[in-house]
Design a protein around this ligand. Structure first.
Ligand SMILES: Nc1nc2c(ncn2[C@@H]2O[C@H](COP(=O)(O)OP(=O)(O)OP(=O)(O)O)[C@@H](O)[C@H]2O)c(=O)[nH]1
Length: 444
């Protein structure tokens, strides 16, 4: 049988080389997975604050270039192990460009994680622009630049480019940028407040920087070492950076939740009535003032019938309990956009936007039914009912509408209580709000 030989590599490759290769493949897998996770996470941050989004974008770039670097480094090793060093130089250039771009993205990320610090967009672009320019030089053959020619030297399982005179400067620049990143990330980890996170970060940056120095010296053939270690250390660093960032986000989220809770408590204290839990009169007045002539629907005035008698017979605390029970039932019958408030004492006013006659009849009927079911702890035989007045917001001034609703409620009281009266629209439509207000005042 004629069998083609399709693989003839791994000749002269030591066990150590294979282990390192396995580790590098694993590191590539891990960083690629993290990159995918990060992309999903960034998508979920679209609606969040500017600084979070920018931090996520820089981290995506940093991870993308780090993955290219780690994956490229693995590819170089695979190519050399398989005896195929033809296309190695392109991958080689790719990894040199990727490492410097990744470090630039990490610098910008560390700025974005400090929202209190103003970093000008120009500075961020300058960091990216400068490193792109340096990365571009990697692709130009010239003895004075980073890579002098297309020549490649393979020594055992290691491969070396023909470096130009600028290569030591390039590696020194990479190490300087690395040092900046390491210092800034250590500071960030310290601010996260967890001693463990800080120690792990210090360990990670020390290992990272040491392997960076090792690989730079190895590339320049100042030290002889069988394997480059930076890609493995960089993969560990990526995992650590994920951890630190996850902690940073969880702390930011906790702070924000805490602030939101505090804000809600403060807002509630200002806008909610303490006993009933409904909105305060001030909140309704503000809302109607803000709406102005855009207010639609009408105002419903609700007043408890013979509440003084309940107070006198069963005590003030029983009266308070009744106010709470009535408020609960009003609240549970509201739609989104309705504004129910305790106007004062045993009076409630509800702004009902977009309410027509049928909806009003249905709502007030429901309310009357549900108030009858109230059972007070120490006043089982108390008969609970309310009188209601409704006026449509057609006066151009909600104060006038409220007066009409109030008058309608009094008509309900005089007609025997426990009912709804709808205010007629008696005011001429072309009269001014001031004229209508004085006409109402004259009518008493
Ligand atoms: N328990 C309690 N009573 C209150 C509160 N605010 C006002 N009141 C009392 O509620 C009573 C209101 O009575 P009125 O509005 O005069 O009349 P009424 O007894 O409800 O009778 P009609 O409205 O004519 O049906 C007064 O006695 C107030 O002292 C409160 O927060 N808690």
């Amino acid at each position: 049988m004629n069998q083609d030989v399709i693989f003839d590599g791994f000749n002269g490759v030591s066990r150590l080389d294979l282990w390192v290769l396995c580790l590098k493949i694993t590191a590539t897998g891990i960083t690629t997975t993290l990159l995918i996770l990060l992309a999903v996470f960034t998508l979920s941050l679209r609606k969040h604050g500017q600084s979070e989004r920018w931090a996520a974008y820089h981290f995506i770039l940093a991870s993308l270039f780090a993955t290219l670097y780690i994956g490229g480094d693995t590819m170089v090793r695979i190519s050399v192990a398989m005896g195929d060093a033809q296309e190695v130089l392109i991958t080689y250039r790719l990894i040199l460009s990727a490492i410097v771009l990744s470090v630039a993205a990490y610098i910008n990320l560390s700025w974005a994680l400090e929202p209190e610090r103003t970093v000008f967009r120009g500075a961020i672009l300058a960091v990216y622009g400068g490193t792109v320019a340096v990365a571009a030089l990697v692709w130009v053959n010239h003895p004075a630049l980073i890579i002098a020619s297309d020549a490649i030297t393979v020594k055992g399982s290691a491969v070396y480019a023909d470096y130009g005179a600028g290569a030591p400067v390039f590696f020194a620049l990479c190490l300087t940028l690395f040092a900046v990143v390491c210092l800034r990330l250590t500071r960030l980890a310290y601010r996260v407040g967890s001693a463990m996170a800080w120690r792990l970060t210090v360990l990670a940056v020390v290992v990272l920087f040491a392997t960076g120095v090792h690989d730079a010296l190895r590339e320049l053939e100042i030290v002889s070492s069988p394997v480059g270690l930076l890609s493995l250390a960089y993969a560990c660093f990526q995992v650590g950076a994920f951890g630190v960032l996850a902690m940073h986000y969880s702390r930011t989220l906790q702070d924000r939740q805490h602030q939101n809770r505090k804000l809600r408590r403060l807002t509630d204290a200002v806008t909610r009535d303490a006993n009933s839990g409904l909105f305060t009169r001030g909140h309704l007045e503000n809302s109607l003032n803000q709406l102005g002539t855009a207010a639609r629907g009408g105002l419903l005035f609700i007043d408890l019938d013979r509440f003084k008698m309940i107070n006198d017979r069963f005590g003030h605390s029983c009266g308070d309990e009744l106010i709470r029970a009535v408020a609960d039932r009003i609240r549970s019958n509201m739609r989104d956009g309705d504004i129910p408030c305790r106007w004062g004492g045993d009076e409630f006013v509800v702004y009902l936007p977009g309410t027509d006659f049928e909806m009003l009849q249905a709502l007030t009927h429901r309310l009357q039914q549900t108030f009858r079911t109230i059972a007070l702890a120490n006043a089982a035989d108390a008969e609970i009912s309310v009188s209601m007045g409704f006026a449509e917001l057609s006066d151009g001034d909600w104060h006038l509408t409220l007066e009409r609703a109030d008058q309608a409620m009094y008509h309900a009281k005089h007609a025997g209580r426990d009912r709804l009266v709808i205010a007629p629209q008696q005011m001429p439509a072309d009269s001014t709000p001031a004229a209508r207000r004085s006409a109402l005042a004259a009518r008493g």
